[in-house]
Ligand binder design. Sequence first.
Ligand code: GDP
Ligand code: MN
Length: 405
Amino acid sequence: MNIHEYQAKELLKSYGVRIQEGIVADSPESALEAAKRLNEQTGTSWYVIKAQIHAGGRGKGQIKETGSRGVVLAKKQEDVPTKAADILGGTLVTIQTGAEGKKVNKVLIAEDVYYPGASEPKEYYLSILLDRGKGCNVIMASTEGGMDIEEVAEKHPEKIIKEWIDPKFGLQGFQVRKIAFKLGLEGNAFKEMVKFITSLYNAYVGSDSSQFEINPVLKTSDDKILAVDAKVNLDDNALYRHKDLADLRDVAEEDPLEVEAGKSGLNYVKLDGNVGCMVNGAGLAMATMDMIKLSGGEPANFLDVGGGANATTVEAGFRIILQDPNVKAILINVFGGIVRCDRIANGVVEAYRSIGNIPVPIIVRLQGTNAEEGARIIDESGLKVSSAITLKEAAEKVKKALAES
Ligand code: GDP
Ligand code: MN
């Protein structure tokens, strides 16, 4: 699960990570209020207004309606509400949002941290993620902050520092010092970076995150190290033990069909093919998608209804699949192990009747306990559904349905 920058920064701060301070706002008036409060708290007189969407590249991105950038600087407090108004409610298009962009409902009013001083402010890159190949967390750091890290990785792979963390021992002090040293830091900035990385790693582990990306990490002109940006990806499977973090979910940022599916306990991922599918079990769903391709179709979605498929989950699945206008046929592929095939067949018939007129052919392949009984229920229902027992039979029926559509 992704969270917004302002939420991510609060999380980091609660672990003692120094951040660019800010206050979130949802209107020009509250943006001005936020600027005033921020001035009292930090003494800043310049402000950065940052669009809050679940996508990066905001600084270079543009608001469709007003032409404003997604991150802008206000050198006067009275400019904050007008500049916030140019972002709020607008559609921000960045390299990560696609051409349709994302609606901005909130802005973060942040202190300006690029103030002049003894040295030039310098941007760094830091991320923590799980290296699945090595089976442990890895910290990645670079002096090339503020830039697109994929580009750095491609053109200057030697500029990316990597430190793998042994899960038995956790992050060791010498590893943190090695990173700070390789980043070319010394004196107070070195000590600050060591503290920064150590507390950042504690935040990563403590929140059960699967990815942190801090780009840029800033060394200020007076040698403080702080997070200017924060991308945090929480592990969905651990949210049950972080109630406070689970509450940070912003459904406005997610695919509406996927949100609806989640409410019914379904695992749904929209794809762009023409054959909708409903399957129990993720592995069987993958195999079914392969089968659809072999029969000349393209899967319109991935949908795992889970182990306890019944009329209610099947109906929820139907309704979600049918909202996709590209769907020309639906294939239901269920293995009746714990749940018997005749029960699933009855569930399909019930769900079909409850929805009413379904405009596309449905092929139901049931295998396992009471498969024949299930097939008989489907075939005798008098509805636009046909049964199949083998995968081959199901594939042929999908092919035929597509040819006729
Ligand atoms: P992203 O573009 O979505 O990754 O958003 P960031 O939070 O990384 O901000 C984009 C850019 O805005 C940064 O790389 C900085 O150059 C600039 N920026 C952010 N905070 C400040 C600030 O306090 N002062 C100034 N002058 N620029 C800032
Ligand atoms: Mn950034």
